[in-house]
Design a protein around this ligand. Structure first.
Ligand code: HEM
Length: 394
């Protein structure tokens, strides 16, 4: 997609035929992400907007704060954040470090057994199970129930890729059922935690009282489901894009082995260079606005091309080069403004730990297929499989 973005950046705003307005330059995207005249509320989206109204939400639950404007956005996001901290507070994320490290090392221990003659698929064996396990632990899902969560996460994630015809009907039905089962399961668990709280996020949500009230039971369910959906597939792609980039740049891989501290700027550079969320397709103008010399009318649908802004030479010197210790790297990979990623500290830590441990422990890792097959999805970018081989595990 990157040559296409370079072409688009010749004019900051382009209307795609009669459809959405595509915004491709860094400063214009950033400004729009901070502009209260731009709405994230799915109810403002025109019904024929591509990728809208919110396909990624359960129509039987109230909208999540991802798809709401202030003041409802701020109330729900504040309540999700306030009583317990995770996943937003640095302290809670710090506490989670050792738990995350344990999950990573358990998964890597298992990779040796999984390697047959054809190597392994790092997506299935590692990048997929890791973040969903983390979200289960964060919420407080008992270990014996984690397998159900993995299944629901798989089904919901698959529903984000396009299919056509009858397959589409069948898949919509499977997705609907997965969402409904997830909601029923969460309702039960929240009720249990309300009666007997533990040190986890669902207990804190169920117990939380404060000046701005409390999350209602359905708001708790939709918030917990949001964390699963927003925090799973994105992290899978960050880890997979990261390993692909490292395996294509063996000298960078070696530098990370020698200096694990490099993981911090390296993950920022990945979020700039290969962001899992390529674009935000669900914004609407609440009034006529002028952007980069173009008037965008009220009610228009906007696509903010984050990945294009991240390669804008007006903002980043040498933007098409992967520079693992790049400084001044205020990329758009986790969004910006009031909707900027709620799970950012957790996402960063997961990717840092995963990449550092994979390069430390896999002996002579190499790609078996380059380029890999990518998912067919305009919003989420990442390989469907990443087939690699290695000589052993340290
Ligand atoms: C919002 C990216 C991981 C929870 C966002 C947004 C982006 C993003 C671009 C802005 C959406 C918008 O403005 O419409 C990513 C990436 C991740 C990641 C690339 C991983 C590499 C996570 C994790 C969680 C999470 C691990 C939770 C556990 C959320 C939530 C929002 C959000 C709840 C909505 C925030 C709001 O509307 O106020 N994320 N995310 N994300 N993210 Fe993440």
């Amino acid at each position: 997609p990157y040559p296409l973005y370079a072409e688009l950046r010749k004019t900051p705003v382009v209307q795609d035929e009669e459809g959405p307005y595509l915004v491709s330059t860094y400063w214009e995207i950033k400004e729009l992400l901070h502009d209260p005249r731009i709405s994230s509320d799915a109810r403002n989206l025109s019904p024929d907007a591509p990728m809208g109204p919110a396909q990624d939400e359960d129509p039987n639950l109230p909208p999540t704060f991802l798809r709401l404007d202030p003041p409802e956005h701020d109330r729900l996001r504040g309540l999700a954040n306030r009583p317990f901290g995770p996943p937003h507070s640095p302290r809670r994320v710090h506490d989670m470090r050792s738990e995350l490290a344990e999950i990573v090392s358990g998964l890597i221990d298992g990779l040796g057994d999984r390697q047959g003659g054809d190597g392994i698929d790092l997506v299935d064996t590692f990048a997929y199970p890791f973040p969903v396990t983390v979200i289960c632990r964060l919420l407080g899902v008992p270990r014996e129930d984690e397998a159900h969560f993995h299944e629901w996460a798989d089904t919901i994630a698959a529903s984000l890729d396009p299919v056509s015809g009858e397959d589409r009907e069948a898949r919509m039905e499977t997705t609907r059922k997965a969402r409904a089962d997830l909601a029923v399961y969460l309702a039960g668990l929240i009720e249990e935690r309300r009666k007997a709280p533990r040190d986890d996020m669902l207990s804190a949500m169920a117990a939380g009282h404060g000046p701005d009230g409390q999350l209602s039971p359905v708001e708790m369910i939709s918030t917990a489901a949001l964390l699963l959906i927003a925090g799973h597939e994105t992290t899978v792609n960050l880890i997979t894009n990261g390993m692909l980039t490292l395996l294509r740049n063996p000298e960078v891989l070696q530098r990370l082995r020698d200096d694990p501290g490099l993981a911090v700027p390296l993950v920022e550079e990945l979020l700039r260079y290969e962001p899992p969320v390529q674009l935000l397709p669900q914004r609407t103008t609440l009034t006529d606005i002028e952007v980069g010399g173009t008037i965008i009318p009220k009610g228009a649908s906007l696509w903010l091309l984050l990945a294009s802004g991240n390669r804008d030479p007006q903002r980043f010197p040498d933007p098409d080069r992967f520079i693992p210790n790049r400084t001044d790297n205020q990329h758009l990979g986790l969004g910006s403004g009031i909707h900027s990623c709620f799970g950012a500290p957790l996402a960063r830590l997961e990717a840092q730990l995963a990449l550092t441990e994979l390069v430390r422990r896999l002996d002579n890792p190499r790609l078996l297929e380059d380029p890999p097959e990518y998912r067919q999805n305009a919003v989420l970018r990442g390989p469907r499989h990443l087939n690699i081989a290695f000589d052993g595990i340290k």
